[in-house]
Every structure is written in C-alpha cells, then in structure tokens.
Design a binder for this molecule. Structure first.
Ligand SMILES: [Zn+2]
Ligand SMILES: [Zn+2]
Length: 706
C-alpha cells in the first residue's frame, strides 16, 4: 500500500464479477484516499488512487489424484502440509511436488497419451512473427513427457480471432502477451493447497524485454550493480535487507526475475551482431535469429515453471564453451543441462564458429525432473517412494546437478551456481567475455549508431559491455573462498561430498585473472574520443527524467565494479569460509589462506609502490594512473576497516590486515624518500595514503578495549 494513503470504502466499488464452471473471478476497484500532495505518473489527482484488486476463487476438484512426495535433489515447487499423526523422528512436514494430474489413457501401454492433455491456448494478441518460436518452445517439453511414458502430453492451440471465451476461465491455460515493463512472471498458477495438484496455469508473457535497449542502462549505481550480482555479500547486510522487506512482498525465492537480465543479454547480443556482421543486412539477420532463439528459450523456461519446476542455476555449467559452440555436440541435447537456468547469450570468440545463441531444446536435467514428477508409479503416495528414490539417486550424474535460488544469493559459497554464466569453466568464460568486450568497446559509438541516429544507443551499449565485463569477473571472484555444495544423498553413484573446498590452484588462478582484468587499467584503454560520443537521452517529461551526468562518468563506473569485486573478495563471509577451510583441508595439503589472499591483493593493488622506476613523470603521465589511484583508495578503505576490527571477519584477518598496513606504509615512505621524482598526483596520493595508514595504526593501538 502507498504510504500516506488509506482505504476508502465509500469511493470503492465492484469492477467486475465473473462466474465460470469451476471458478469465480471478482475484481474490486479499491480506492485509496490521501491529502493529495503526491505526484504519481499514472494518477491524475492523487487525492484518490484506484487499484484493481483481483480475487480468484475456484472449486477444489475431488478427482482421483495421487499426491507425490518431493525430494531435495530434484527442483519442484512444493505444497507443504503438516501431518500431526506422522510417525517420524525428524519432523511432521509432508512435502508434495506441484504437478499436473496426468494419467495414461491406456494404463498398460509403455507410452500412452494422457486422459487429459495439458492444453495451452496462445492468446490472439501474440504477434504473428513470434507464434512459431513460442509454439515450438512449449511443445519441446513433450520430449520429456514421452520419455516419462506420455505421448503428446502438451498441446498448443491458437485462440481464434473471434473466440469469445475468457482467459480468466480456469478451464483454459493461456499464454498471454502483455507489455507492462513490470517484467514477466510465470503468472497465476492454481494449485490444490492440500495435494499440490496444479489446476490451471496462465503464462503472462511480458514482451517488454523485446525492447531491450533499456533507459536504465544509461546510468549505473552501486545498487544496480549489486542487484546484477546477487545482492548483499555479508550476513549483516543480508539480514538488514531481509528485515526491511515487506511481509506482503512476493517471496523472492519463488519469483522469476528473468527479464531484468534477459534484456541486457539481448542488448549484448545485438551489440555483438552489429560489430561482427559484415554489413547492416547481415547484422539485422543475426539479430532476428538472436530474438527468435531467445524467445523460444524463454518460453521453454516459463512453461517449465508451469509444469512445477523451479530454477536450476547450475545447469549452465554442464558443457565446455568449446562444446557449446560445436553444433555436432549440441544437436541432440542442447547447450545446457536445463532451460530452468538463466542462460546468457552464447557468443563465440573472434574467429571461431558461432553455435546456438540460446539452447534449442530442454536438457538432461529437465528430462530427469519430469520423469521424477510425472512417471506413472503403481500404488499410493507412500508406495511410490522406493521407485522415486531410485530416480533421485541419479543426482550424481553429469548434467543432473541441481542448485536453485536459495543457493545463489550473494552470501552463498558455491561459485558454480550463477545466473547468466555459461560453460563448465567460469574463468574461461570471464576471459572470453573480457576479450569480447575489449574488442567491441573501441568501436561502440561507430557501430551502434546509424546515420541520423542520436548517440544514446552508444552509451547504452558501452554500459552493457562494462556490465558484461564486470559481472563475468564477479563469477571468477566467487571462486576465492568458494565451496562446491552438493545435494546428493549417501550412496548416490558418482556423487560428491555435501561440501568440497575449492582447489587452491583454481582460487589462485581466479585471483590472477582479477589482477589482470579488474585491478588494472589496461582493459579500459579506449580511444578518448569514444567517451565523447556516448550521448545521453534528451527527453524530459512524465516517465522520463534527464540524466544527471550527461557526460560519461568513467572513473565512477570503473570504480563501482572494482569495489563490488573487492567487497566479494574481502567480505567477512568469504574470509570466514577461507579461515574455516584451513581446518577442513589436511595440514599437509595446499590451501589458500586468508593471509595469502590479503597479501596477494595488496601486492596487486599497490604494485607501483614496489615497482616504480626512476623516470619522467608528469601530471598527464603520472607514475600511478588515476584509475589505479582510485582503486588503491578503495582497497585501503577496506583493509583499514578490517585492521580496525570493524567487520565480522575472523580476528586473524584483523591482525594480518594490521601487519599488511604497516609494511605497506614502510614501502610507501621508502619510495617517497627515494630519488624517484614523482608527479604531483602520485606524490600527493602516496603522502595522504601514508598519513591515513598512520592514523589507522594509531587508532587501533589506542582502542579502549583491553
Ligand atoms: Zn524463472
Ligand atoms: Zn547458471
């Protein structure tokens, strides 16, 4: 509810009341009154704001449906009830998967059509050119049902232009097409609250992501960057965020926020198409293919939700990037293990063959999950368990690994569970994305604008490329202090232990990649005139605000990404995990310690302090560049917080940070006292840095604590 508004019974009325065979739909035009001081885009006079509230009431069917018990190795939405008579030494929860009631028409046949198929009606509002990929995306799931014993489990029908039935009728599952800029959701899906039986599903498809050059790409903020990379990174800020959430807010773990990132992925693909195509006609064709493939993949994803499936953010790590770009290897099984991941646009490195932009079919995880949920098993709910266990016990097989939303928060340790990552080697993915960005950045103004266009698209594309670089480096950063988690149960063939400490070699390789590509100004060497061609939007009216910085804030934007990656590496949770890992790895085995991490970071960030040679330094050609000076300040701030004990990191990290600061200070002073003639910027920066370190070391020694 809007703050300052109160429900007004006298101004509210019934907007619509509809009765159907199995359900009643009631719409209330609820009007909220206020003093009228607010300015809201969509309300002419804010003394009264009307919100249509929809109530949907349906009859619970009494047909013979056998609820199926859930398993934590396979990702279904759940219906959970408590059975106080349940005889168990664990708890009294009974967890059912949400699924459709599919029954074989011919109970004896190995493969039979269902008595009642799941029928999706394509609404007549779907533009003609998009109907084919959408239809194909829906029907792709029949492959999985066929393997589970059902022929043609899903049917697609086109709503005729003169159809008079209402999509709100529960008897119809619809695929609806809207443009709301609210992001699309799986839409209202009705489930029997006692059994988990899905009764009706309408996919509300928000076509807004097809206008993928979003105005919000024009300006980045630390908040938008955090949202792109999983939100809060330490427990304190995570708990603060959880507390500030409205109790009425949609449960984040259940929502599908795919469109936010999808628009960015399509914009990246379009930039790639514009930059790599030989001519504009070819670029247009590439972009058309990109959108058709993207639309089919998003359809498969949304339909997956309506079949009961949750996200699987590990599915994108099934194949190597080389295999993903090899059509012979993706022809049958697609490029990812599941369409229930948020899969990014696949873009082949320069000079290599381009595979599918998006996977063209459902993967092995999808087949397996449908088998678990839908395969016909004799007997009642409890009699099914033995057979279900056999299916779930395959969890250790390649391509069947499952990790979902609650495994993919900023605070989670598993670097293999990510949104919009691709391939089985995140470091290789980051390298390829960095090379791509480096290649595209210098030509962005030239390639992204046509004769007669304004320059805004150049800026949007530039920011999308910066975000591509930053977010793929963030995946690499999650390797440091990372743990691989497994949901497999004891005895599952090929399964890993529930927790595996990441190989220290991999962690060090990630650190090296970050020092070369993030804690370094080389990747950002763009011809200066490019910055002056990144135009901003000139519109100022309702729904459009002028940009606060019409010039491009290059220092700020690079600093934001560096800070985000440093905050992941130095988060108290990362340090805690690394500190604990020292006991979880046998003493005679290698392990990346927190001391090594802090020392490596200081050496990378403050490399100049040890390496500056005597030379001709001027304020235009300084010994330490402006981007590096910024990075050093950001890092120093974090290291100081750590040394002063202001974070929840282990005390051991506090003392290491303290020692590191005092050693750094000695080296800085040595450089300042040496014969090297520094420019004014560098000298001022180092002098101030040294004074700051003195204060921090002092402050800590005079702390009032014993
Ligand atoms: Zn989703
Ligand atoms: Zn993923």
């Amino acid at each position: 509810v809007l703050p300052g508004f109160a429900f007004s019974a006298s101004k509210s009325t019934w907007a619509a009341v509809k009765g159907f065979e199995k359900n009643t739909e009631i719409q209330v035009a609820a009007t909220y009154a206020s003093s009228g001081n607010l300015d809201i885009d969509t309300v002419p006079d804010s003394r009264g704001a009307t919100v249509n509230v929809h109530y949907s009431i349906s009859k619970i069917p009494t047909t013979g449906y056998t609820p199926r018990l859930a398993d934590d190795r396979v990702g279904y939405f759940l219906t959970v009830v408590k059975d106080y008579s349940k005889d168990s030494d664990r708890d009294q929860f009974v967890r059912y998967v949400n699924r459709w009631n599919l029954q074989k028409a011919d109970a004896k046949a190995a493969v039979s059509p269902p008595k009642e198929p799941i029928i999706f009606w394509l609404e007549k509002t779907i533009p003609y050119e998009y109907r084919k990929p959408i239809r194909e995306g829906i029907l792709e799931w029949n492959k999985a049902f066929e393997a589970a014993g059902f022929a043609n489990a899903i049917e697609v029908r086109q709503q005729p232009d003169d159809a008079d039935w209402d999509p709100e009728d529960i008897s119809y599952n619809t695929f609806r097409w809207i443009t709301s800029s609210a992001g699309f959701a799986m839409g209202p899906s009705r489930v029997n609250p006692y059994t988990g039986q899905i009764l009706d599903a309408d996919i509300i498809f928000d076509a807004d992501f097809l206008s993928f050059w979003k105005h919000e790409f024009e300006t980045f903020t630390p908040e938008s960057i955090a949202a792109m990379t999983g939100g809060p990174l330490d427990l304190e800020s995570y708990e603060k965020q959880m507390r500030s959430r409205s109790p009425f807010a949609l449960n984040d773990l259940m929502a599908c926020r795919r469109s936010d990132g999808m628009a960015r992925q399509l914009a990246l693909g379009a930039s790639f198409a514009a930059a790599t195509a030989a001519d504009p006609k070819m670029a247009a064709e590439l972009q058309e293919r990109l959108i058709a493939e993207g639309l089919k993949e998003v359809t498969m994803h949304e339909v997956g939700h309506t079949l009961g499936l949750r996200h699987n953010f590990k599915a994108s790590t099934w194949k190597s990037l080389a295999d993903i770009n090899d059509p012979a290897k993706t022809h049958d099984s697609g490029s990812v293990a599941s369409v229930m991941d948020y899969n990014p646009t696949n873009l082949a490195p320069k000079g290599q063959k381009q595979g599918d932009f998006y996977t063209h079919t459902i993967g092995p995880y999808d087949m397996w999950a449908i088998e678990y949920g839908y395969k016909t098993i004799a007997g009642d709910t409890n009699a099914e368990v033995a057979e279900l266990n056999k299916i779930a016990a395959r969890s250790g097989e390649a391509g069947l690994t499952y990790a979902t939303d609650e495994d993919t928060r900023g605070i989670d340790p598993d670097p293999f569970s990510n949104r919009f990552d691709l391939g089985n080697d995140a470091l290789e993915f980051a390298k390829q994305r960095a090379a791509l960005v480096k290649d595209l950045l210098p030509n962005v103004a030239e390639r992204m604008t046509k004769e007669g266009d304004d320059y805004t698209q150049a800026r949007l594309a530039f920011n999308v490329l910066l975000a591509t670089h930053g977010s793929s480096m963030f995946f690499a950063a999650r390797h440091v202090g990372g743990l691989e988690l497994s949901r497999s149960h004891k005895g599952d063939a090929g399964a890993k232990a529930p927790v595996v400490v990441l190989d220290p070699k991999q962690q060090r390789e990630a650190l090296k990649l970050l020092s070369e590509n993030v804690f370094n100004d080389r990747p950002f060497t763009v011809p200066p005139e490019v910055y002056n061609h990144l135009g901003s939007s000139r519109w100022s009216h309702w729904g459009a605000e002028p940009t606060t910085r019409p010039d491009f804030p290059i220092h700020d934007y690079i600093a934001m990404w560096q800070d985000r990656i440093l905050s992941q590496l130095m988060s108290s949770l990362t340090l805690d995990r690394m500190h604990d890992a020292e006991l979880k790895v046998p003493v005679d085995q290698d392990c990346l310690t927190t001391a090594e991490l802090i020392e490596t970071l200081t050496a990378a960030v403050f490399a100049e302090v040890d390496n500056v040679k005597d030379g001709e330094y001027t304020n235009r050609k300084p010994a330490i560049s402006s981007l590096r000076r910024n990075l050093q300040r950001t890092y120093l701030r974090r290291l100081s917080h750590l040394a002063m004990g202001e974070t929840a990191a282990p005390d051991d990290c506090q003392t290491v940070a303290y020692a590191e600061l005092s050693s750094l200070n000695e080296r800085i002073n040595k450089l300042l006292e040496s014969k090297v003639k520094l420019d004014s910027y560098t000298r001022a920066h180092l002098t101030e840095t040294s004074a700051r370190i003195d204060k921090v070391l002092d402050a800590r020694l005079t702390l009032a604590r014993p």
